[in-house]
Write a protein that binds this ligand. Structure first.
Ligand code: MN
Length: 210
């Protein structure tokens, strides 16, 4: 089954003013669609991998032959990362709060919610060029912040500095913020907390701990 572009769980303009409708439209229907299309193209005729889920493609990147791996890494990562990104955002006021368990793990891992937010923003600001900043559940259940270049993600064990299960990710490619924030990545990262879907991040934290 070819991969398809997921629907948004809210309207394109629902994250305004943090993320404008035009950015959402271009980001999903042009950028994300291109990752989906190019992933499907890279998997054409690859019977061994075409039944894998997008999670399995990321987790098993090392099993994919080097001849086709770059296209699958970039576009499969792009599809996974953006599919997460749409889900872990919600209109302002509708994203709830971190679960008690997640809040406790954030305090244990980073000292406080404010320290976590600063740490994630720093990871995004310091990422040179394009990439992502992540909140990752490691195999021992602890939380860690990481960042990856391009469309890599922490599921890609062996290809990234920190591997684990990402439960929150922020896109720091310029296409994610340039219309509204131009070069001001730090402003985008600061404003973004208004549209985090903590209910979904908490659900993913609980699932990753199982
Ligand atoms: Mn993007």
């Amino acid at each position: 089954m070819p991969f398809t572009l997921p629907e948004l769980p809210y309207a394109e303009n629902a994250l305004e003013p943090t993320i404008d409708a035009k950015t959402m439209m271009i980001h999903r229907t042009k950028h994300h669609q291109a990752y989906v299309d190019n992933l499907n193209k890279a998997l054409e005729g690859q019977a061994a991998y075409s039944s894998w889920t997008i999670d399995q493609i990321c987790e098993r990147m090392g099993s994919i032959p080097e001849t086709i791996r770059p296209a699958i890494r970039n576009n499969g990562g792009g599809h996974w990362n953006h599919s997460l990104f749409w889900q872990i955002m919600a209109p302002k006021g509708q994203g709830g709060a971190p679960s008690a368990e997640l809040a406790a793990a954030i305090d244990a891992g980073f000292g406080s919610m404010d320290a976590f937010k600063k740490g994630l923003a720093d990871a995004g600001i310091k990422r040179f060029g394009s990439g992502w900043a992540w909140l990752v559940v490691k195999s021992d259940g602890s939380l860690v912040i990481s960042s990856t270049p391009n469309q890599d993600n922490p599921l890609m064990k062996g290809f990234v500095d920190v591997s684990g299960t990402p439960i929150l990710g922020i896109d720091v490619w310029e296409h994610a913020y340039y219309l509204n924030y131009q070069n001001r990545r730090a402003d985008y990262l600061g404003a973004w907390w208004d549209v985090v879907n903590w209910n979904e991040v908490s659900r993913r934290f609980a699932a990753a701990k199982k």
